[in-house]
Design a binder for this molecule. Structure first.
Ligand code: F6R
Length: 609
């Protein structure tokens, strides 16, 4: 989604702004722009449709030097991708603003401004804010007060940064419903929608809270004001993941790097959370033990890949902890009249912690009679973790590829920790065995990654296809769903997933030589049933690709290709079998020449409804 970078420094900030935009490219966008106050104190702006490289080309050799500047990558919501709709937007000739989110009451405000003679250059909701701000600045003569007065007039979600030629050594930022961080430098300061954008200049960040307004100025440094306009103190956090996460290293794509990082980030997610033979439930927060003891049911809500992690967890929570569990996509949950049985724990799953539908679902859930809200999330300081009673952070580190990989498997690990923490028979042999298996998981995943070359060879059979079917049973059904989602997202091949037992109730009609069928077949209690389902496919001339446990007696034959996956405890199998499916979609996409890390039409963190 949209990205914001802003800088106030004694040095020329153009390079910092452009590098920040490049670092935000992964979020998905369609145009980019930058504005600075030049040496003469005048506002200058350049915008371009397409990638940041197109903006750099438009800037030319001379560029836009300046010591104060704001920049943006836009993902169109109001108005098509065009130079006129790209940010920064101007209010008059002296004010520039960049904005993420949506201003819900922009239409009546726009009508009022037009009636007063304001001429709009764009179709965006943001430009309305630009003109309101410009007026407020003329009245108040102070940028901070102008921003506070304008925010009082607008409804919706925003993160924004504003500068004005009349306040030449200041930038004001604000957040409500969309993330914004302040980068703390030495005698310089920055604002961005994601800390990653600023790691080239600082590793110290303030994560703004809902309703905060921040002023960066030479005169007073960084000042934060809360939603009531009162001066507020916000902690400065040091970013611990290092800057390496933002670079591809020797990998051709971020997605491949992130697939290969999984053993390490799963080890990091487990670190400090396993005791001798048991999960340490304090990992979920000091209050977790008391709350967990009361839980009788679970509701899990998430979107996309995170939703698939929830579907796996349902099998675990029911089988291992005996807890009735519902899993639902957030965009449906938030508009349902949800009935909450007594002692139900509400759980959200989100890589970013800023997904608009998931956040809205949490806010709705908080009005209902839940025992409490737990967030499993990958981004420290995100809205979801701040607004939940309990949280568990996955330690996947920044995920840059738009298609989620390591965030998903670390969520699965966190959900298994949750399941074990909720079992009535805490500390028994079953828990000890699973804790032992979890400790060994990173090594098994390393071995699964050795399948990379054979999977790359296998992917050739998919490159010319237009459709694919994924099958699994039990916990492998959500893994099949996730495999199909990955293939769709990055290779644009239409893929569907079914519980294998459902094949004969309809989808079997699709099976022919042009429809590759992928099946995940660990050595579990449903294996024999799955094998019968695979025979149904073979009997219809379908081409089968099976990822199977080495101990499964399945002989490769015409139209049946088998790739062996290392043996593993049946409970952990969904985590392991995810990896070959990720690799398959990756290699198919590479063969098809698509933009693997930034697939068309998609954005990393979906902060609009
Ligand atoms: C798919 C993918 C998306 C996200 C979804 C939720 O590869 O990445 O489906 O999983 O947009 O995002 P988070 O987990 O950030 O809430």
């Amino acid at each position: 989604m949209c990205g914001i970078v802003a800088a106030l420094a004694a040095r020329n900030v153009q390079g910092i702004l452009l590098e920040g935009l490049r670092r935000l490219e992964y979020r998905g966008y369609d145009s980019a722009g930058v504005a600075v106050l030049n040496a003469a104190g005048q506002l200058e702006r350049q915008r371009a449709v397409g990638k940041v490289a197109a903006l750099e080309a438009a800037l030319g050799q001379h560029g836009l030097p300046g010591h104060v500047g704001i920049a943006h990558t836009r993902w169109a919501t109001h108005g098509k991708p065009s130079e006129a709709n790209a940010h920064p937007h101007r209010g008059g000739h002296a004010l520039a603003i960049v904005h993420n989110g949506i201003i819900e009451n922009f239409e009546p405000l726009k009508r009022e401004l037009e009636a007063d003679g304001v001429i709009f250059e764009s179709e965006t909701d943001t430009e309305v804010v630009a003109h309101l701000l410009d007026r407020a600045f003329l009245e108040q003569g102070d940028l901070l007060t102008a921003v506070q007065a304008t925010l009082a007039q607008i409804d919706g979600a925003y993160a924004l940064a504003v500068m004005h030629a009349g306040a030449p050594r200041e930038i004001v930022g604000a957040r409500k419903g969309s993330p914004l961080v302040v980068g703390v430098g030495i005698d310089e300061s920055f604002i961005a929608s994601d800390a990653l954008a600023l790691l080239q200049v600082t590793d110290r960040f303030i994560y703004l809270e809902e309703g905060d307004v921040v002023r960066l100025s030479d005169a007073r440094g960084i000042e934060v004001f809360d939603a009531d306009g009162q001066s507020a103190t916000r902690e400065v956090h040091t970013y611990v993941h290092g800057d390496g996460a933002a670079s591809r290293g020797d990998y051709r794509h971020f997605m491949l790097k992130e697939i290969f990082e999984q053993p390490a980030v799963i080890a990091a997610t487990l670190e400090g959370r396993l005791g001798a033979g048991r999960v340490l439930e304090a990992s979920f927060g000091a209050e977790a033990k008391a709350r967990f003891a009361k839980v009788k049911q679970i509701h899990i809500v998430a979107c996309g890949t995170s939703y698939h992690a929830g579907l796996v967890a349902r099998y675990w929570l029911e089988k291992l902890a005996g807890l009735p569990t519902q899993v639902e996509v957030a965009s449906e949950y938030r508009y349902r009249d949800v009935v909450v049985p007594p002692d139900t724990l509400f759980v959200t799953l989100s890589q970013s912690g800023e997904t608009a539908d998931t956040l809205a679902a949490l806010r709705y859930a908080k009005t209902l009679n839940y025992l409490g809200a737990l967030a499993i999330c990958n981004v420290p300081g995100s809205s979801l973790t701040r607004e939940s009673d309990l949280s568990l952070m996955t330690q996947a580190g920044p995920e840059i590829g738009v298609a989620s990989t390591k965030a998903f498997t670390t969520q699965l690990v966190a959900l298994l920790l949750l399941t074990l923490s909720l079992r009535p028979e805490r500390g028994d042999d079953r828990e000890a065995a699973l804790v032992q298996a979890l400790r060994g998981l990173p090594a098994v995943l390393e071995r699964a990654l050795e399948m990379d070359a054979p999977i790359a060879a296998l992917s050739e059979a998919f490159a010319e296809k237009h459709h694919a079917l994924f099958l699994g049973r039990g916990t492998q059904f959500p893994i099949a769903l996730e495999g199909a989602l990955k293939l769709k997202e990055i290779s644009y091949i239409h893929a569907e997933a079914y519980p294998a037992g459902e094949l004969k109730h309809g989808p079997l009609a699709l099976v022919d030589a042009d429809m590759p069928v992928v099946a995940v077949a660990p050595n579990d209690e449903l294996l024999e049933k799955l094998k019968s389902n695979l025979q149904e496919v073979r009997a219809r001339g379908g081409e089968l690709f099976v990822f199977a446990d080495a101990g499964v007696a399945l002989q490769a034959a015409d139209n049946l290709r088998v790739l062996h996956v290392p043996p593993i405890d049946e409970i952990l199998a969904p985590i392991l079998y995810t990896l070959p499916l990720q690799l398959l979609s990756y290699h198919v996409a590479v063969l098809k020449g698509t933009d693997v890390d930034q697939p068309r039409n998609l954005a990393k963190s979906v902060t609009v409804e």
